[in-house]
Design a protein around this ligand. Structure first.
Ligand code: GRF
Length: 214
């Protein structure tokens, strides 16, 4: 079975991209064939260059509307003939123009235990709420912001002296783990989107997805 073709969208440091690149060499279920950033000169583009992976910038500030950007982004993504698309620290809200054609083959990593803390500043919000745990979620991308069906989650403890930065650093390690697991599942044909449910090996996943830590 040829390796599935993975396109990764980034906006910044690309540590999740790096985890996906490093993992692809191990089992050959997928290969990263393209990297696209909506912001120029970010570290993630250097990571792609170091790995000899085709990469480009599509600067969203050059477009007059979300739909215009999303149309261009879809054309660029589809030029790679992807089997899978990964949103890896990609900080743009995407419209149905982009999401609908890719539904079922696109996953996002979000730094909270969804459905808690959709949106931004997830770690500070968890600390401010005196939560005892935080974590991350990989979910299918649907038209609902951070709202697609969860695939897998990992949780970490929030310590009494935790800061948003220390929590982000801890959660990021878990993000790398669960994103590579989820992309492998999709590449192996084990993970599917059925309507608004995710299934693994033909079993509907629980509402919050597979729980890695338990
Ligand atoms: C990660 O916490 C990711 O969840 C968030 O952006 C952060 C940096 O991701 N969306 P990366 O290092 O660019 O992969």
């Amino acid at each position: 079975m040829p390796a599935k073709r993975l396109v990764v969208l980034i906006s910044g440091s690309g540590s999740n991209l790096q985890a996906l690149i490093d993992n692809s060499g191990k089992n050959k279920d997928y290969e990263v064939v393209g990297v696209i950033s909506n912001r120029p000169n970010v570290k993630g583009l250097k990571r792609a260059a170091m790995a000899n992976i085709s990469h480009s910038t599509l600067d969203h500030t050059l477009y007059t509307s979300r739909e215009a950007f999303d149309t261009e982004l879809l054309n660029l993504v589809e030029s790679y003939k992807p089997d899978i698309v990964a949103l890896a620290g990609f900080m743009r809200i995407l419209t149905p123009v982009f999401v609908t054609p890719l539904q079922g083959k696109m996953l996002n990593i979000h730094p909270s235990l969804l459905p808690k803390y959709a949106g931004l500043n997830t770690h500070q919000r968890a600390i401010d709420a005196n939560d005892s745990i935080a974590g991350c979620t990989v979910h299918f991308v649907t038209e609902a912001l951070d709202g697609g069906p969860p695939v897998i989650q990992a949780s970490v403890s929030i310590e009494s002296d935790e800061t948003a930065q220390s929590l982000a650093d801890k959660v990021l390690i878990s993000e790398h783990k669960i994103f590579t697991i989820a992309i492998n599942w999709l590449a192996q044909g084990r993970l599917k989107l059925n309507g608004n449910n995710a299934s693994l090996d033909n079993k509907i996943l629980q509402l919050s997805g597979y729980q890695l830590n338990h």
